[in-house]
Design a protein around this ligand. Sequence first.
Ligand code: SF4
Ligand code: FE2
Length: 289
Amino acid sequence: MANLNKALAINVKGEFFVDSTCIDCDACRQIAPEVFADFEGYSYVYSQPENEKQRRKALQALISCPVGAIGMIGNRYLVSSVIDDFPILIEDDVFYCGFNSEKSFGANSYFVKNQDENWLIDSPRFVSHLVERFEAMGGISYIFLSHRDDVADAGKFALHFGAKVIIHRQDGYGVNYAQVIIEGDQPVEISSDFVVIPTPGHTSGHCVLLYKNKFLFTGDHIWWDRKNKCLYAGRDVCWYSWDKQIESTRKLLNFNFEWVLPGHGQRIKLPIDVMKREIENLIKRMGKV
Ligand code: SF4
Ligand SMILES: [Fe+2]
């Protein structure tokens, strides 16, 4: 729980604050960009909510913060009334789970309520609210793990729902409960709607997941840079090979998608042709870093 005594001095005074335990995972800035911004390795409140919609989003961020660094003065009862918002619909049958886990450095996770089988993409905290909601939505058949950093509570979800866990062999050590092991660098069609695309770079076994040629779940491979309004890949968080990461990004030009849904950073929806252009521009920029 956030501690007012540790509140960052930079917060604008008022209802919400961020304290010094923030790990800069970006989740709050994704959920409530009207309230939270980044400054020197932290998030802070740069503008207090001005209406109910903004207050609700700030509360969603408070619930999703992996380390409980977001606090609220008064009206704590409002928090429980917002929990029911999760998982939050993004588009069609794709949801953002919330409840980001510190074990995955606060990475975003997603849920797909597909007509044939439901998927969890990376893992939120194993909390009773999400478990009950996933049960009510038909359970989980597959859990896709983009890479070793974002495993979090996947094992608990797999055990509870009898889900098959998917991970690349190169990142699979320590995930001994995985049942679908991706090998090599060729795309693997798990079903007609879901294709796993190996994208080594950030880690050697990093993969992204393409759903219905529309949604690309990108883990820590690429994300949208909300300040510069372009796609981005982080060389400073590239643990394996930058050259491979460039190659993996080029591979994405072979696929069509409108959405980039990352583990960290801004999600983005663009028309397919614009997205391809953005990927091409990103590859050029990556070559110069
Ligand atoms: S969600 Fe929490 S840990 Fe993540 S950036 Fe915001 S305040 Fe920091
Ligand atoms: Fe990572």
